[in-house]
Design a protein around this ligand. Sequence first.
Ligand code: TXA
Ligand code: MG
Length: 361
Amino acid sequence: MEYQTKILKAEYNGELNSSILKERGMDLLQELKKDPAVIKAAELLEKGETTALPTETVYGLAADAMNTEAVKKIFTAKGRPQDNPLIVHIGEEKQLTSLIRDEISLKAQLLIDRFWPGPLTIIFKKNRLVPDITSAGLDTVAVRMPAHPLILAVIQLSGLVLAAPSANTSGYPSPTNAEHVYSDLKGKIPLILDGGSSELGVESTVIDLSGDKALVLRPGGITREKISELLEEEIALSSKKIDKKTSAPAPGMKYRHYAPEKKLYLFSPDNLNNILEQAEDKNIALIISKETKLKVENIKNIKAVEIFSRKNPAELGRKLYALLRKFDRNQEVEEIYIEEIKDKGIGEAVMNRIYKACDRS
Ligand code: TXA
Ligand code: MG
């Protein structure tokens, strides 16, 4: 099916983000539920259509998580492999009980109270009512409550729970603004709600509490350090080697992810010169810290540069996908080079995405 993809903005005057949500809470959501853009999105979703919605991490491509036909449309629009399960987005805590099999555990409750709404996805044993397509046939379901007022208003108005992977073509960098979504999914979806640039720019942390020890399957917006502090235990990062032929520990980890079409290379501040030598006969884009940039002479084959501060890894996280997309489209650029940062705190999530974007296997 071919759609005439529309982009709509809320009439709300001002930036819609997690801070204003915190400040105004239900009052803001009540106001947004009367907004024509929100009403349109809710109507489409209720009819079993898809809609791209902003979250505080990246834009998601949403559909009614309990409607198999609707969820199929997500997989089709993205070209997503069917064995990669989706995250279900809820707007109120009470929606969780309809998705899960057991009582909410103590640890899960602590995480929910502290980090929802926010960039933390929790894996639960799933209730029979959740369709197989949503959880890719697993007996678990991934759930999060996002912190962008627009998606929360749409969920509350429709009363639905929304399956929503990132709203990009499968494998490509996630979208952090409405224009990214449009460039990937134009003609394939009916509507995009424009909620501005994503605040975080990297996806949510995915945590599995089913074993004895909590395990982070994907590092993201909530750092392992913060989770560890709250639960008073070490939180490991799943690092199992992935066998491409069998199903992966976090399904979906076996696929190519976040990658631009051009080759992306990682360098450390110490091997900068080797890298520049390697790139000598290529036109390159460079994503480099200002600290390291001081060591680079004016080199003529650098066609585009983006400078970040090593002291602010969150800033690189916010911009990463947009930069990869921008340099990928720049016809003067043949290869992209990016500087490694410390994989602590939010840097762990940022480096995880960079490693995957570099991996062309
Ligand atoms: O921030 C985010 O999480 C964004 C926004 C839109 O909410 N969504 C997102 O969705 O990143 P997606 O589909 O691109 O990534 C979902 C990740 C995948 O790695 C998937 O394998 C994992 O969550 N996942 C989903 N359900 C799972 C389950 N039942 N068990 C283990 N991993 C699961
Ligand atoms: Mg994704």
